[in-house]
Design a protein around this ligand. Structure first.
Ligand SMILES: Cc1cc2nc3c(=O)[nH]c(=O)nc-3n(C[C@H](O)[C@H](O)[C@H](O)COP(=O)(O)OP(=O)(O)OC[C@H]3O[C@@H](n4cnc5c(N)ncnc54)[C@H](O)[C@@H]3O)c2cc1C
Length: 356
C-alpha cells in the first residue's frame, strides 16, 4: 500500500506523523535507532517549544521537565543576568523523543523503529525508498526528517562547519538558570536536567585551538569551557561527567534554509532549516515544520510551496540568531557588556529569536 512515509522520529518526524495520523492518513514512520537515545542538544525548551508540546496534549512538568526562569551570560570576567521573558524548560532529549514517538504510535501512525533508509528516488508522482535490509517501500509523499543525517538521493546541499559537543554532568548548581559561557571557538550552554543533573552543550569551530581534544574527552571539554570565563571556572570546578566521552555531531550547517525542492518530498526540522544553537529554538522549529509539512500534504500543497512558506516564517528569527551567534563567537565580551547594560534589549532578542 502506498501512503505518506516519514523518515526520522525526532521532533520533526513525530510532529508530522501525529498530525497525519490524527487526520486519518495512517502514515508510516521509520526510525533507524531501535530506541530513542541521547542527542547532541542543549535541551532548552523555550515558550514556542513548550506551546507546541502542549498543543500535542503533553504536559512538560508531568514528563519531569525542570523549569528555567533566568538567563546568565559570561565571557572572561564579565557577566550579565536577566529574567527570561517567557517560561522555559529543560528536558533530556531521550525522554522528549520517546514521548513523541509513543504519541505518534497512539495517534495511529505505524512506527518501525530500528529501520534505516539508505536512499530515495522518484517513482511516478511519489517516491521509492530503499531500506538497509534491502526492502523497497513506495510513498505517496515523503517527509524527510532525518535531522543532521543526509539521505542518498535527497541531500540538502548544505555546507556546515560547526561541531556540537554535549556532556551530561553531576555536581553543578544551576537551578532554574540557563548559563551561556563563551569559550575558544564558540560557546556552551549549561542548564539543569531532572534528578539534580546538568547538561553542558557547546557549538564550536573545529579549527579553534583545543576543540579537537575537547570533542574527544570529557575532562578536556570541561577544561576548554572553564578557560573561557571566571563564571565557568566557578560553576564547573566540581563537575563529574556522566558519560565516558562527550557526544558529538560534526558539520552542523548553521543558517541553512531549504528552498525549492522536488515534488512530493517535504523537508522538516533540521532538513528544512538549521538555526544557530545560541537561541535554543531548534526543537520548536522541528515541531512547527513537521506539523506544517503534514498540513501541506493534507491540503494538497506541494513541497516547494511548503518550503517557501516555512522559509518566510522563520526568516527574521534566523537572521537575528545568526547575528547573535556570530557576535558571541567573535566578540563575546561586547555581547555580554551589551546585555549587562540593557537587560531589556537582551529580553527583546530572546523573544525575537522564537520562530516555531
Ligand atoms: C550543539 C547544539 C545545541 C542545540 N541546543 C538546542 C537547544 O538547547 N534547544 C533546541 O530547541 N534545539 C537545540 N539544538 C537543535 C536541535 O537539537 C535540533 O534542531 C533538533 O533535534 C532537530 O530535530 P529533527 O527532528 O529535525 O532531527 P533529529 O532530532 O536529529 O531527529 C532525526 C531522526 O532521524 C533519524 N534518522 C536519521 N537518518 C535516518 C535514516 N536514514 N533512516 C531512518 N531514520 C533516520 C535519527 O536517528 C533521528 O532520530 C541544538 C543543536 C546543536 C547542534
Amino acid at each position: 500500500m502506498s501512503r505518506p512515509v516519514i523518515l526520522g522520529a525526532g521532533p520533526a518526524g513525530c510532529a508530522a506523523a501525529i498530525a497525519l495520523a490524527r487526520a486519518g492518513r495512517r502514515p508510516l514512520l521509520l526510525e533507524r535507532e531501535a530506541r530513542p537515545a541521547e542527542k547532541v542538544c542543549g535541551e532548552f525548551l523555550a515558550a514556542d517549544a513548550a506551546a507546541a508540546i502542549a498543543a500535542l496534549g503533553l504536559d512538560l512538568p508531568a514528563l519531569g521537565a525542570v523549569p528555567i526562569a533566568r538567563g546568565v551570560m559570561a565571557a572572561g570576567h564579565r557577566r550579565a543576568a536577566m529574567d527570561l521573558p517567557f517560561a522555559a524548560w529543560g528536558l533530556p532529549r531521550a525522554t522528549l523523543d520517546a514521548t513523541l514517538l509513543a504519541l505518534a504510535r497512539e495517534s495511529g501512525a505505524e512506527v518501525r523503529a530500528g529501520t534505516a533508509a539508505t536512499g530515495a528516488g522518484r517513482l511516478g508522482d511519489g517516491w521509492r525508498l530503499r531500506l538497509a535490509d534491502g526492502e523497497v517501500l513506495d510513498a505517496t509523499q515523503l517527509v524527510l526528517a532525518t535531522g543532521k543525517h543526509e539521505l542518498r538521493g535527497a541531500r540538502r546541499g548544505a555546507r556546515g562547519g560547526a561541531i556540537g559537543v554535549k556532556l551530561p554532568l553531576r555536581g553543578v548548581g544551576v537551578d532554574g538558570t540557563i548559563v551561556l559561557l563563551a569559550c575558544a571557538g564558540g560557546y556552551a550552554g549549561l542548564q539543569p536536567r531532572p534528578g539534580g543533573e546538568a547538561n553542558l552543550c557547546a557549538a564550536l569551530d573545529p579549527r579553534a585551538p583545543g576543540v579537537a581534544a575537547a570533542a574527544r574527552d570529557g575532562r578536556a571539554f570541561l577544561a576548554h569551557v572553564m578557560a573561557g570565563s571566571s563564571l565557568a571556572e566557578c560553576l564547573l570546578r566540581d563537575a563529574v561527567p556522566l558519560l565516558p566521552r562527550p557526544l558529538t555531531v560534526a558539520g552542523v550547517p548553521y543558517g541553512f534554509v531549504a528552498r525549492g525542492g522536488l515534488p512530493g518530498m517535504f523537508r522538516a526540522g533540521d532538513q528544512a532549516a538549521v538555526i544557530p544553537s545560541f537561541c535554543g529554538d531548534g526543537v520548536a522549529m522541528a515541531l512547527g515544520s513537521g506539523r506544517r509539512a503534514a498540513e501541506a500534504i493534507l491540503a494538497g500543497r506541494d513541497a516547494p510551496a511548503h518550503h517557501a512558506a516555512w522559509a518566510g516564517r522563520i526568516g527574521g528569527a534566523m537572521r537575528l540568531a545568526g547575528l547573535l551567534g556570530g557576535l558571541v563567537t567573535r566578540a563575546p565580551g561586547l555581547l555580554v557588556a551589551g546585555a549587562a547594560l540593557s537587560p531589556g534589549l537582551a529580553a527583546w532578542a530572546a523573544r525575537r529569536t522564537r520562530s516555531g
